[in-house]
Structures are given as C-alpha cells and as structure tokens.
Ligand binder design. Structure first.
Ligand code: ACO
Length: 430
C-alpha cells in the first residue's frame, strides 16, 4: 500500500505538497489541507461546502448513497422503532444509551426545566400577533441569554450541560407560547406529570377553563417527528450554530442563529412549503402540470420536499415517516386529500427520468407536514416543531466543539473578484 497522502501539484509553478489523508470510522477520507496556504500560497474554493469537511465529529453519520443515518452509531430505523425522543437526546448529548436510572434522572431533569423565567413572558407582547412563529423563536431563544447568566461560561462543562438541559426543556414552552400569543389565547404552563411530547400538546391546546385530553397517537407521532429530526450532522443550521459558537458566543446566542438558518425553505422551512405546494396543486389531476414546471430550468418552481444535498438514494427518515403517516391518519381517523396528492406526486416523480437522473427523492419534510396537519398543528408551526427536535443536535454539536481545547474560530476565506485597488475620488471630481 502507498503512503496515506495526496500530492497536490501547482502546474503553474511546479511546486507541490503532500497533504495527509484523514480517515474516519465510516465515509470517504478527507484531505487535510490546513498547510496548503502556507506551502503553496493558495486557498481552496468550494461554495456550498459540496466536498468540504468542516470538523471532526463523533455524533452522527450519514451515507447519502446508501441512505444510512446513524446517531452515535445506532441506525435511525432501530431508534425510531425502539427508542424515544428523550432517550435519543441523552444518546446524542452523552454518547451512549442511558441505563434505566440515567434515563429517569435525565427525563426528570428536562421536565423540571420546562418553565420559563416569568420576565420572558413580557417579550411576547412586543411581537405583532401576525408574526411568523419562527421570528418569535429566533427572538425568544436569543433572549434566553439575557435571563440565564448563571450558565454562560462556555469553558465550564457543568454550565454547558445546564444550558443544554434548559434549551431542550424550554423550547417546547417557547414554541407553544408563540402559537398561543398569535391567537390571543392564555399561555398554558408546563405540567410535570406529562411526557415531553404530551406536554407540548398540552401547552399548545389546553385552556384553563376546561380539561384537555391528550390523544396518545398524536403524542407518539410527535415524539417520532422530534426523534427523526434530532440531528443530521453538518447541515446548514448546525454549521451555523458551530460557526456562531466558534467565536465563543454563548449557547443561547448560537442556537438562535441556528433557528434563523433552519427557517429557510431550502432547509427546515421545506415542511411548511410542501403543504403550501400540495394545497396549490389542489388535485391529483393537476400534478403533471407541476411536475413539468419543476423540470423546466426557466421556472423557479421546485418540488418542495424533494432532493437533498447528501441523500442521493432514499432519505431513511422519509421511509419511516411515510409509514407513520399511514398509521397516524388511520389512528386519528383523518382523511386528508393532501396525503393522496403527496402519494401520487411521489409515484409520478419517482418514475420520471428528470428526478431519477438527478437522484431526487422525497426527503423527511415531504411527509412530516402531513402528520403535523393530522395532529392539528398549524402550517406555520411546522418548522417550529422541527426546531424543537433539532435543538438537541445543535447543542450536542456545539458542546462537542466547545469541549475541544483546540477549538478555533471559524473563518472561511474567499475569492475576491471586486475592483482592483483604486484611489478615492473626492465627491466634486466624480
Ligand atoms: N425539484 C426540482 N428540481 C430539483 C429539486 C426539486 N426539489 N431539487 C434539486 N433539483 C435540481 C436542480 O434544479 C439541479 O438541476 P441542474 O443540475 O439541472 O441545475 C439539480 O437538481 C441539483 O440541485 P441543487 O439545488 O444544485 O442541489 P443542492 O444539493 O444544492 O440542493 C436542496 C439540495 C436545497 C435540498 C434542493 O434539492 C431543494 O431545493 N429541494 C427542495 C427544498 C427541500 O425540500 N428542502 C429540504 C431539504 S431536507 C432538510 O433540510 C430537512
């Protein structure tokens, strides 16, 4: 076997360097080009990070060709079948599945951090009632750093752990209150007798004036949605959290940056965009027209919920959530015409050469909106539900980075293509 290096030659000067290859547990090897600038005076160019690793991580692995997703080594389908969201939170944060008492203590810890500082309540009245709930999420999550000064020392592992617990615990409360505020309804306080997902449903829908019965199918489906969204290695929002955190900003500030990045329709906002698209399509008889639009390179329309930067086979989360869709709709006796349109659209697109050749398959967002509709979650809250699930991934990745004494501020370089150096011209001479 040859050396574990790659030789990079600059043909314009004849200079060359050997760069070491880094190999992980799974996945393609990476060239370590850290010395490239020093030795060859060059940067690398890769907009969109199509072939660039930004960190080492032990948390999540994706094989996009084979449709594999592992959290700490465990396949997503096994976790979806046997585990729960809070057990997965423990796994992502601490690296191993919990023992019985560890899980009980963790659940207890999260349950006892779900209340918000009363002062945070006043923030809501500063928003317009018609604000998008993601706008409220960005604001209130960022504002946590103004309320929890006792856990902001990022070099202190205990502080990092408390911040992680607080974020996982408080996000459902922040999210449910964003919804209640938009409707002019009273905020419902968390109830410690309920599970994580039950509690979210309780805070979304209960009223002080009457009892609210939680539908167990809805709570189970929500738990699955949270679990499937819990982490996805270095996606746009996670990379945002890492980059913001690399400046040693506090975790609440970093996570609110991640919430902002998740909001976009090319990322977490896609679940909302899928339902809007299916509603616009309106009937299975109109599908062909929209598939044609999606294939037209002069038309900006895309099939929302289709395609993924990494998955070039099936998104394994989509396979799980597709099946859950059938179960939830049946359990909750919901007949949703949008589900029929979604199934037909998937069938037509998967047989179409355009989608086959570009390896465009349904992603997790294609179906998650349909389940959320069945539970009664309004469309503009879909990305908020994604945020609640993904928070543990963000905080685990942030913790992994911050715990590393070699952490460096993230600082990409650029190819400058603006004006060459020129002299200032006083205004009366321009
Ligand atoms: N509908 C139609 N054509 C598409 C779609 C789509 N949904 N997605 C990609 N394509 C086409 C592109 O036009 C492009 O065609 P070209 O090669 O002729 O130019 C080709 O497929 C490659 O697409 P890119 O946008 O270059 O791929 P990229 O990896 O940058 O984008 C993305 C991935 C953003 C997810 C894209 O597929 C997309 O916009 N999908 C719809 C939005 C969506 O569902 N996002 C959720 C992602 S999953 C998540 O965040 C949880």
């Amino acid at each position: 076997m040859g050396k574990d290096t790659v030789t990079i030659i600059d043909n314009s000067t004849g200079k060359s360097i050997e760069v070491p290859i880094k190999r992980g547990t799974h996945g393609p090897p990476l060239m370590d080009i850290g010395k490239l600038y020093q030795e060859l005076g060059m940067f690398t160019y890769d907009p969109g990070f199509v072939a660039t690793g930004s960190c080492e991580s032990k948390i999540t692995f994706i094989d996009g060709e084979k449709g594999i997703l592992l959290y700490r080594g465990y396949p997503i389908d096994q976790l979806a079948e046997h585990s729960s969201f809070l057990e997965v939170c423990y796994l992502l944060l601490y690296g191993e599945l919990p023992l019985d008492n560890e899980l009980t203590n963790f659940e207890d810890m999260i349950t006892h951090h779900t209340m918000l500082h009363e002062g945070l309540k006043d923030f809501y009245s500063g928003f317009r009632r018609d604000a998008h709930p993601m706008a409220v999420m960005v604001g209130v999550v960022g504002a946590l750093s103004a309320f929890y000064h006792d856990s902001l020392d990022i070099r202190n592992p205990t502080h990092r752990e408390i911040s992680a617990h607080r974020l996982i615990a408080k996000l459902p409360t922040i999210a449910a209150w964003a919804y209640r505020f938009s409707r002019g309804e009273p905020f419902a306080y968390p109830k410690n007798s309920l599970s994580y997902s039950e509690n979210f449903l309780h805070m979304m829908y209960s009223f002080p004036s009457e009892d609210y019965e939680i539908n167990p199918s809805a709570a189970k489906a929500l738990d699955l949605i949270f679990l499937l969204h819990a982490d996805h290695e270095q996606n746009a929002s996670t990379s945002t959290v890492r980059l913001a955190g690399s400046s040693q900003a506090n975790p609440f500030a970093g996570i609110s940056a991640g919430v902002g990045a998740l909001w976009g329709p090319a990322h977490g906002g896609a679940n909302e965009a899928v339902i809007n698209m299916l509603s616009t399509i309106g009937d299975v008889s109109h599908i062909d027209k929209y598939v044609k639009k999606a294939k037209d390179s002069n038309d900006p329309f895309r099939l929302m919920g289709f395609g993924h930067r990494v998955y070039k086979n099936y998104d394994p989360r989509a396979a799980i959530i597709r099946k859950a869709c059938y179960d939830v709709l049946e359990d909750m006796k919901v007949d949703d015409p949008l589900f029929d349109i979604a199934l037909k659209l998937e069938e037509i697109a998967l047989k179409d050469d355009y989608f086959i050749s570009k390896k465009l398959y349904p992603n997790v967002d294609f179906y998650s909106g349909i389940i959320q509709r069945a539970i009664g979650i309004p469309t503009n809250m879909f990305t908020v539900v994604f945020t609640i699930g993904r928070c543990v991934g963000w905080i685990s990745q942030w913790n992994e980075m911050t715990a590393d004494p070699a952490m460096k501020i993230g600082r990409p370089r650029q190819l400058y293509v603006g004006h060459a150096k020129r002299d200032y011209v006083p205004i009366h001479h321009r």
